[in-house]
Design a binder for this molecule. Structure first.
Ligand SMILES: *[C@@H]1O[C@H](CO)[C@@H](O)[C@H](O)[C@H]1NC(C)=O
Length: 179
């Protein structure tokens, strides 16, 4: 009894010490890329269950075989679907011309998705090869769209990805949808 009481204190000290070592090791593991992913999740207001999806969304095809191309296609469809749902819901008789105009307005490379992507600072996050300029609109747009593809895969719901899109994209529609 008496001897075990004396061993408790050093044991506690030792375990606190080893816990802090583990903490330091984790800090060392966190690269600038990983902390940029944390910041990005805060910016878009969505925390990934599987951070690997966001990592892949922020990887250009020049960097790795496992890249954001497929996520980007899905993300582009999420955006188009979400825009279509909103405008047809608002005006059931909307013309195809007007709907296409709305879709283009909300997803055009130069005026919409590159602007949104730059505002999120994606050109500083997305991983590209050393020969690739990460500030070009196509790279920024690809990464931007891939975020919503990644959210859809993470939640298994296109709607959830659409909500994150409106939140990030802003606009009058966004305010209505997020409410
Ligand atoms: C990278 O692309 C951006 C946008 O197209 C351009 O403004 C910039 O000059 C380019 N940088 C280099 C180093 O080519």
């Amino acid at each position: 009894m008496a001897s075990s009481r004396f061993t408790v204190f050093p044991l506690v000290v030792l375990s606190i010490f080893s816990l802090s070592l583990v903490g330091d090791a984790n800090k060392l593991k966190s690269s600038p890329f990983e902390s940029a992913l944390d910041t990005l999740q805060n910016q878009i207001g969505y925390a990934f269950k599987n951070i690997g999806y966001l990592r892949q969304a922020m990887t250009h095809s020049s960097f790795s075989e496992e890249n954001n191309k497929a996520f980007s296609i899905l993300g582009s469809n999420v955006i188009d679907t979400s825009v279509s749902m909103y405008y047809i819901g608002k005006d059931i008789g909307i013309s195809s011309k007007e709907l296409n105009r709305r879709i283009a307005e909300n997803s055009k490379v130069d005026t919409s998705c590159a602007v949104d992507g730059m505002r999120l600072g994606l050109h500083k996050v997305v991983r590209v090869s050393s020969k690739t300029n990460s500030t070009t609109p196509s790279v920024v747009c690809g990464a931007f769209r891939a975020i919503f593809g990644a959210v859809a895969i993470d939640t298994k719901k296109v709607d959830d990805a659409g909500i994150v899109f409106w939140k990030v994209h802003g606009s009058e529609v966004g305010k209505v949808m997020v409410m």
